[in-house]
Design a protein around this ligand. Structure first.
Ligand code: NAI
Ligand code: MG
Length: 351
């Protein structure tokens, strides 16, 4: 029996429509090899759609997406549209309504790709970012309006359920890796929420005696990212620290064009969404020079999440092999076009 999976494809804006065909070609080749029938349906939603139609997606857009097994998304954003609206009316709608509480961001070095670090050290870590509450939960407000006596309050919200589920998710992942979790926190200064966070993470750790747990304050962790990135395996952290550290990690890897991510509803009730860490890069859109690897690697994360770990690993190996062979787009200091980079990955997948 052929395994059929339905994928919603959102190329979005800017470089999105340039890199998506490369990712889909690699995805289909990997699927074919494993006898998987991937049915992809594309939707032209995002900021450019807003400029044309006055909405980022149709009113029933989420209902449409709900029926798919997963969503592959490039990026949304256009200079003529407010970024806040693109985020809150489109991307965040999908992440929040589909309860994608776990954000996975792998950060690794690649042989043949220069890092900004001396000696190009090897590292391979997985940042597990809490994606639904914490510092970005939303409650707060500005009192008094004017600046003279103004007061602004933004409240961090952590729930027992929210912290426990992300901690369990991180420990489960560590069991498939090097069995080490680092809890990145700030409980020396943020006494209520972060001590609560630490206590729950430590409590969950007791159920995983085969996994070691370290605690690191976020400032010290930032330093260690630069000085010894190889010490990290799985990192579990809050929404804001995960956001910041994953950009730092992406920069350490050599280019944001290589960074992939997954927004997961691990319960499987709603479809999860897979997207590169970068945005729509309007500064290089239309030039055919964008790096498609971040999206290709996000497609690999999608396959793994859909139970196709072998196909995922083949894509990851093909990307690493193409990079090691010196096929580099402009962001990596090379001259390969988007299409040439995609073709180089495809060739190694089939070879
Ligand atoms: P960006 O990630 O689009 O670009 C930052 C820099 O990295 C630019 O110089 C760009 O040329 C380069 N870059 C990004 N991806 C690349 C790739 N694949 N290959 C080669 N170079 C690449 O971030 P920026 O400029 O802050 O935002 C641009 C737009 O994207 C904004 O409208 C922003 O709101 C949106 N955005 C959307 C995201 C999403 O849809 N999840 C995430 C981040 C930004
Ligand atoms: Mg960010």
């Amino acid at each position: 029996m052929t395994n059929v999976l339905n994928i919603a494809v959102l190329p979005g804006d800017g470089i999105g429509p340039e890199i998506m065909p490369q990712a889909l070609a690699v995805l289909q080749a990997a699927a074919q090899h494993t006898g998987l029938d991937l049915r992809c349906e594309s939707f032209p939603w995002g900021a450019e759609h807003f400029l044309r139609q006055g909405e980022f997606m149709p009113a029933d857009g989420l209902t449409t997406l709900r029926d798919f097994d997963a969503i592959l998304f490039a990026a949304a954003g256009h200079p003529a549209v407010s970024d806040e609206r693109s985020s809150w009316e489109f991307v965040f709608q999908i992440r929040k309504q589909f309860r994608q509480y776990a954000n996975l961001r792998p950060v690794r070095s690649y042989p043949g790709v220069a890092t900004p670090l001396q000696g190009d050290p090897a590292f391979d870590m997985l940042i597990v970012r809490e994606n639904s509450e914490g510092e970005y939960a939303g409650p707060g407000g500005v009192l008094h309006g004017g600046w003279d006596n103004g007061v602004a309050i933004q409240t961090t919200v952590l729930t027992q359920t929210g912290v426990e589920r992300i901690a369990r998710y991180a420990f489960d992942l560590a069991r498939q890796r090097r069995r080490h979790v680092t809890n990145v926190t700030k409980s020396n200064a943020i006494l209520h929420t972060m001590k609560f966070w630490d206590a729950i993470v430590a409590d969950v750790a007791r159920d995983y005696p085969d996994v070691t747990l370290d605690l690191l304050l976020v400032d010290a962790a930032s330093m260690k990212f630069v000085q010894a990135p190889g010490v990290f395996d799985v990192i579990v952290t809050t929404n804001m620290y995960g956001d910041i550290l994953s950009d730092l990690g992406g920069a350490l890897a050599g280019s944001v064009g290589l960074s992939s991510s997954a927004n997961l509803d691990p319960t499987g009730e709603f479809p999860s969404m897979f997207e590169p860490v970068h945005g729509s890069a309007p500064d290089i859109a239309g030039q055919g020079s964008a790096n498609p690897c971040g999206l290709i690697l996000s497609a690999a994360l999608m396959l793994r999440e859909l139970g196709q770990g072998e196909a995922a690993a083949r894509i990851e190996a093909a990307v690493a092999a193409a990079l090691a062979a010196g096929v580099h787009t402009r962001d990596l200091g090379g001259r390969a076009s988007t299409a040439e980079m995609g073709a180089a990955v495809l060739q190694r997948l089939e070879g």
